[in-house]
Design a protein around this ligand. Structure first.
Ligand code: URP
Ligand code: ZN
Ligand code: ZN
Length: 456
């Protein structure tokens, strides 16, 4: 079965040009002046941009966290992903003490299999790095899960200690795997939260005020130093502010193998969102928190220069009912924002239309570089032989944000009332149409597990 996307403007990480794209089965067959077979389905995409499917390397679907479960499962979460032009995501499987890593991977595989609409892989989050866990890491890499994650925050639930971090970094290095890290000093956060609650400072805004920028910068610096000491590659997730990104830059300048990402919300939202009254303020609680707007331009600049190499979403949705648990105590609000559907349209408007990045830089930061970093060899580019993961984006088809256009399983939309200037027209995952003019047209189970390669 063949499909040709005719008359669009193809965007790669290196540039853009007018070309047709021929898909044969699950793969890209040709890009350029193509001669499709007579029975090919022809889609006229003139006036549209044709991009490689976006990859979201940082999501939390059905994540047990803070005594709750994030509200998108692999069915709803991957529908929302496809509606936002995402054709592959890498989700966090989480070790649940006292279990070992293999059982966590089996649990997450069970959740995703038969449910996902787009392709998926896993990272493995380590919460208890005992000897058996460190041993188990080899089996996880063998299974095609080539990145591990550590949390330097969430004391008492997910938080790791420095000795465990060194052990994981060294083992991951030896296995050719990548260590990812959530950088916040969890001990300091714990002190600041206790002080705030003692002073009856319980509103949502105090979540952000008890996790100041230095808490993130200090942990980022420490993690980078441990990467330097061990020689192990490190990937700092969800960088929110200039001081933390500056620590990554300083480490890179010393030759340390440290890379980092930021997320859509840190480029477009601010700490003031947490000042909204009641549950509205709670909707914006995530960690590290949203920051002062003065961080936006520096973050865009770090992104342009590649100090921060990619943008993910850290999609971790909770409903108003779940968020409302912490109306009288911010420390009880489950942390995380629903963003998976909005990265492309937000970065298009705030990045491309605003003149901060080019369409090629958007493709690079949201697809090509992520594929390279996370060992997704068949993805991240529109080139013959690659998976036919394709997004057709119409820059002249505005779309309103709101629950009426959202596929995310939450009863609010952070950007409701705003309008995106352009929108996704089609999303194809391995040659199959998943999202078409506002509708999901695939079945759960189209998405497949992707085994990932290790670090070069
Ligand atoms: O608040 C957030 N970011 N929730 C998801 C878990 C994490 O820290 O990534
Ligand atoms: Zn995190
Ligand atoms: Zn996360």
């Amino acid at each position: 079965m063949s499909t040709v996307l005719r008359g669009g403007r193809v965007v790669s990480a290196d540039g853009e040009y007018d070309a047709d794209v021929l898909i044969s089965g699950e793969r890209i067959a040709a890009v350029g002046d193509v001669a499709p077979p007579g029975d090919a389905t022809v889609l006229d995409v003139s006036g549209c941009y044709v991009l490689p499917g976006l990859i979201d390397n940082h999501t939390h679907l059905s994540m047990p966290f803070m005594g709750m479960m994030s509200s998108d499962d692999y069915n709803t979460g991957t529908q929302a992903a496809a509606a936002g032009g995402v054709t592959c995501l890498v989700d966090f499987s989480i070790q649940r003490e006292p279990d070992q890593l293999r059982s966590a991977l089996a649990e997450w595989q069970g959740r995703a299999e038969g449910a996902a609409h787009v392709d998926y892989g896993f990272h493995m989050a380590i919460t208890n790095a005992n000897e058996a866990t460190i041993d188990d890491m080899a089996a996880i890499v063998e299974a095609g899960v080539t990145s591990f994650k550590l949390f330097m925050a969430y004391k008492g639930e997910l938080m790791t200690r420095d000795d465990a971090m060194v052990a994981v970094l060294e083992r991951a290095r030896d296995l050719g795997a990548l260590t990812m890290v959530h950088c916040e000093n969890g001990d300091v956060v714990d002190i600041l939260v206790k002080r705030a609650l003692h002073a009856k400072e319980t509103d949502a805004i105090h979540h952000a005020l008890t996790r100041p920028e230095f808490v993130e910068a200090e942990a980022t610096s420490r993690a980078a130093r441990l990467s330097e000491y061990t020689g192990a590659p490190l990937f700092v997730v969800h960088v929110t502010c200039e001081p933390a990104a500056a620590e990554i830059q300083a480490a890179q300048q010393r030759g340390v193998p440290v890379a980092g990402e930021t997320c859509t919300q840190y480029l477009v939202n601010t700490i003031d969102d947490l000042r909204s009254p009641g549950v509205e303020g709670c909707r914006y609680i995530c960690s590290p928190p949203l920051r002062d707007a003065s961080n936006h331009e520096p973050l865009w600049d770090f992104l342009r220069r590649g100090v921060l190499e990619s943008v993910s979403t850290d999609h971790c949705p909770f409903t108003d009912e779940q968020k409302a648990r912490g109306l009288d105590d911010f420390s009880l609000v489950p942390n995380g924002l629903p963003v998976i559907q909005h990265r492309l349209s937000k970065l298009w408007d705030e990045g491309v239309v605003a003149g901060r990045i080019t369409p090629s830089q958007l493709v690079d930061r949201c697809s090509t570089t992520i594929a390279r970093r996370f060992g997704l060899a068949s993805k991240g580019a529109l080139a013959p032989g690659k998976d036919a993961d394709v997004v057709v984006f119409d820059p002249d088809a505005p779309r309103d944000y709101g629950t009426h256009t959202s596929f995310m399983n939450v009863d609010y939309d952070l950007y409701a009332g705003e309008t995106a200037s352009g929108s996704v027209r089609h999303t194809l995952c391995r040659g199959t149409m998943v999202y078409d003019h506002g509708e999901i047209v695939s079945s759960p189970g189209h998405g497949r597990f992707v085994r990932r390669e290790g670090q070069a």
